[in-house]
Design a protein around this ligand. Structure first.
Ligand code: PBG
Ligand code: ZN
Length: 288
């Protein structure tokens, strides 16, 4: 987030902070020391507007953060979340037209966002918007602008989940009207996930993601079995918050619960796990 010296804990996510760029660099260096190979950045901008313009501004908060990390912790892989919802006043992941998200009008803005991240030095972009055709639009734009080597990790099977609640509070990105069910997936449907994954692969995705993780272990397994690309799974904010909340109440052994949760995601077939618990897991593994 903008500012200097900011490190403010996010209440439902113990150990997770809103960070200004200077503090983010310190945090990233510490994380890299723990053996964590990559970070994924989410921005909380100064101002939000109808088209999410601070998301693709050259001097946006994420663009500044990428450049600072790459100059001071060059070896850590910097991945960026590509979406509009953190930057739009209405909180939707796309452009609004007639009270509805306009899929095709959104593609160009997503492509601009991805290009601006790559230009700032990002090593990989991760579109989380769930617009149809997004991977192709981003791939074409990256190639055209000289970033053909930058891979795309597509949030391919992303469900309309209540488990994103703590993240949306933290990012102030809850939709101001309606919900995300016209672009995120129906939790009842697993075959649709296979269609979404194959579309993203056909459009040029390099890694496909399933999100959330633990409530969708069957989907992770199916994607792993049916496709050849690396599969990422995202243990989302609500999954993390539940374990920590129960541990705080003394109702669960939090460390063991977290390790069991992560192991189940791995067992389901995830090659890559994105998790807020990465530092605590790394410490646990180092301690043997
Ligand atoms: C933005 C985005 C979201 C998350 C990651 N990228 C929120 C959403 O789709 O509402 C959720 C992350 C989490 O809950 O940890 N599209
Ligand atoms: Zn979004």
């Amino acid at each position: 987030m903008p500012g200097k010296g900011v490190k403010a804990e996010i209440p439902p996510l113990p150990g997770q902070y809103h960070l200004s760029v200077d503090r983010l660099v310190e945090e990233t260096a510490a994380v890299y020391e723990l053996g964590i190979p990559a970070v994924i950045l989410f921005g909380l901008p100064e101002t939000k507007d109808e088209t999410g313009s601070s998301g693709y501004a050259d001097d946006g908060v994420v663009q500044q953060a990428i450049a600072a990390i790459k100059s001071q912790v060059p070896d850590i892989m910097v991945i960026t979340d590509v979406c509009l919802c953190e930057y739009t006043s209405h909180g939707h992941c796309g452009m609004i037209k007639d009270n509805d998200v306009d899929n095709d009008a959104t593609l160009d803005l997503l492509a601009r966002t991805a290009v601006s991240h790559a230009a700032a030095g990002a090593d990989m972009v991760a579109p989380s918007d769930m617009m149809d055709g997004h991977v192709q639009a981003i791939r074409k734009a990256l190639d055209r602008e000289g970033f053909a080597q930058i891979p795309i990790m597509a949030y391919a099977a992303k469900y309309a989940s209540v488990f994103y609640g703590p993240f949306r509070d933290a990012a102030e990105s809850a939709p101001q009207f309606g919900d995300r069910r016209s672009y995120q997936m129906d939790p009842c449907n697993s075959r649709e996930a296979m269609r979404e994954v194959s579309l993203d692969i056909a459009e040029g995705a390099d890694i496909v993601m399933v999100k959330p993780a633990m409530p969708y272990l069957d989907v992770i397994r199916r994607v792993r079995d049916e496709f050849d690309l690396p599969v990422a799974a995202y243990q989302v904010s609500g999954e993390f918050a539940m374990i920590h909340a129960a541990a705080r109440m003394g109702w669960l052994d939090g460390e063991r619960a977290m390790m069991e949760a992560i192991t189940s995601i791995r067992r389901a077939g995830a090659d890559i796990i994105i998790t807020y618990a990465a530092p605590e897991i790394a410490r646990h593994l180092q301690a043997g």
